[in-house]
Design a protein around this ligand. Structure first.
Ligand SMILES: [Zn+2]
Length: 255
């Protein structure tokens, strides 16, 4: 396997900037929350930007598009159904599409729910996925444009990637997510342990990415609506997983 270097850093208040650097010099920014922060990270690494891969149209993921494009001439790739709302977009992609970044294959997985056109970028050779605002560390994005059933289906698509897949998400919300998770699964020892680790990571000024899918499957309550303890706690019996997911999402919104 050829080398790929990934650099994550904080942007704006709680957005996560991610640069993906291939050995041939290709460098992609996953979303563009803040042109200045991304330019500084590029300079620090000595990389030049060639692509922006946009997960969805929200302003805190596209604010830096035009400035970075003007500075670097980078190509902007983003979801087709949101193309009209993504500044500077050059290439539209949809679920099932794939393209290459340097020598690396990137697969586009449609993960609607947070927004209707939200996509996840998966690099199968490297077992790494950029999930935007669909899945967070021990949490998930708000269901703003789609519905709970749609969002659940999108989370299932991420959950069905290889268990060792490293996930990079769009925001650092780990602590609030872990605390909410423990209110749902107070006996989940691994989740409790993760909260302690995440607290130390945040206190040290670092980010809790990447996370590993296998670890999320055991500690992210939004991926665990089948859990019998959770169903008992919510007073939900033999209903579809997405309904339990929806109840969790509603409770987190109010938490
Ligand atoms: Zn968003």
């Amino acid at each position: 396997m050829s080398a790929l270097e990934i650099h994550a850093f904080l942007c704006r208040k709680d957005n996560i900037g991610v640069l993906v650097h291939c050995e041939d010099g290709t460098t992609a920014s996953i979303d563009a929350p803040d042109a200045d922060a991304i330019s500084a990270a590029l300079q620090e690494k000595g990389w030049s930007l060639s692509h922006i891969l946009v997960t969805h149209h929200h302003g805190d993921h596209t604010a830096g598009n035009l400035e970075l494009k003007a500075k670097t001439g980078c190509r902007i790739i983003g979801p087709q159904t949101e193309a009209a709302r993504i500044p500077g977009i050059d290439v539209s992609v949809d679920d099932g599409d794939s393209f290459t970044l340097g020598a690396h294959r990137v697969e586009v997985i449609g993960t609607p729910g947070h927004t209707m056109g939200h996509v996840t970028y998966f690099m199968p050779g490297e077992r790494v996925a950029f999930v935007g605002d669909t899945l967070f560390v021990m949490g998930c994005g708000r269901v703003l444009e789609g519905n709970n059933e749609m969002m659940w289906h999108s989370l299932c698509r991420i959950a069905s990637l290889p268990a060792e897949t490293r996930l990079y998400c769009g925001h650092e919300y780990s602590l609030a997510n872990a605390r909410f998770g423990l209110s749902v699964e107070p006996d989940n020892a691994m989740l409790r342990n993760r909260l302690e680790n995440a607290e130390q990571t945040v206190a040290a000024g670092r980010l809790n990415v990447p996370t590993v899918l296998d670890c999320e499957l055991q500690t992210n309550v939004f991926l665990r609506p089948h859990n019998l303890g959770t169903r008992r706690r919510l007073g939900m019996g033999a209903v579809a997983d997405w309904r339990v997911f929806g109840e969790l999402r509603d409770r987190k919104n109010k938490a």
